[in-house]
Design a protein around this ligand. Structure first.
Ligand code: PAF
Length: 275
């Protein structure tokens, strides 16, 4: 595994093989292992896999958890080594952003709702850094988790609208045994919060299995289950179109139930597709 920390070094790598990139912010866990596994499969026999680790300041709104976001350099390096990746790209913030930067990538439709409403500027930061990573690493393909459903939709839109020649591969959400979606932020939860957080997947499953079709009913089922957890504070629970991310009236083949819920200061997101 080669560790690269500068952009010139990344851009001067001899490259003839397909490169599949796994963009991350580190604090790697078993969902990342699955992203790497899928990346390796898509890279093919002669292809290569790069993981980027960069806690991107641009996607943290003021007052959010940028400073306390988990950073575990040594453990992440070991994780990548064991996962058998080819390149680890781990730049500093100064390497990635000039002080007088003035160009950003702004997706202006899918970004205005859900996470975008609760976290203004977040997707501008995500799109900007993902576009930069694609350019720096000359990615042929990139892998993203479906847990961040809106992020995946926005990255796909950016690639379509700006004609990036990068294949975007979505990977189903990896869950803990009790159903909680794996996330680096789960480690902020105390024992009680962690126990209660399992209610999120329970709520999503109940909404899918409840046999309800109207959005109001589907959302009501999920909210009722979440209400069983006294520590849960709902930010949103919405049934939306998977294409526009706008609310829809009836569950159908293209609908997705999305939620964001606080446990203490920790905000967790999850989603499930309805058929
Ligand atoms: O999902 C993440 O970890 C981040 O948003 C990403 C895609 C690495 C961009 O910083």
């Amino acid at each position: 595994m080669r560790i690269i920390t500068t952009i010139p070094e990344a851009q001067s790598l001899p490259r003839s093989n397909r490169l599949v990139v796994v963009p991350t912010m580190g604090a790697l866990h078993k969902a990342h292992a699955e992203l790497i596994r899928v990346a390796r499969k898509h890279a093919g026999r002669d292809g290569e896999v790069a993981v980027s680790i960069f806690v991107n300041p641009l996607q943290f709104e003021p007052g959010s958890d940028y400073e306390r976001y988990p950073r575990s350099e040594k453990a992440d390096e070991e994780f990548c080594r064991k996962a058998g990746i080819d390149f680890l790209f781990r730049p500093s913030a100064a390497e990635m952003y000039a002080d007088d930067r003035s160009v950003f990538v702004d997706e202006s439709f899918l970004s205005n709702v859900l996470e975008g409403k609760s976290r203004p500027g977040h997707f501008r930061g995500v799109c900007t850094v993902v576009a930069k990573l694609f350019n720096i690493l000359a990615a042929d393909a990139a892998v993203f988790g479906e847990k961040d459903f809106q992020q995946l939709a926005i990255v796909r839109r950016m690639v379509r609208d700006l004609n990036f020649k990068v294949e975007i591969i979505g990977v189903p959400t990896v869950r803990e045994e009790d159903g909680l979606a794996c996330s680096s932020r789960n480690q902020y939860l105390n024992l009680e919060e962690r126990k209660e957080a399992a209610v999120l997947y329970k709520a999503l499953r109940a909404a899918v299995n409840g046999g309800k079709k109207s959005a109001a009913d589907v959302v009501a089922v999920a909210r009722k289950v979440i209400a069983e957890a006294p520590l849960a504070r709902i930010d949103y629970v919405e049934l939306v179109s998977a294409e526009t991310l706008r609310p829809i009236q009836m569950a159908g083949p293209n609908s997705v139930l999305v939620l964001a819920v606080f446990f203490g200061k920790t905000r967790l997101i999850d989603n499930i597709c309805l058929r």
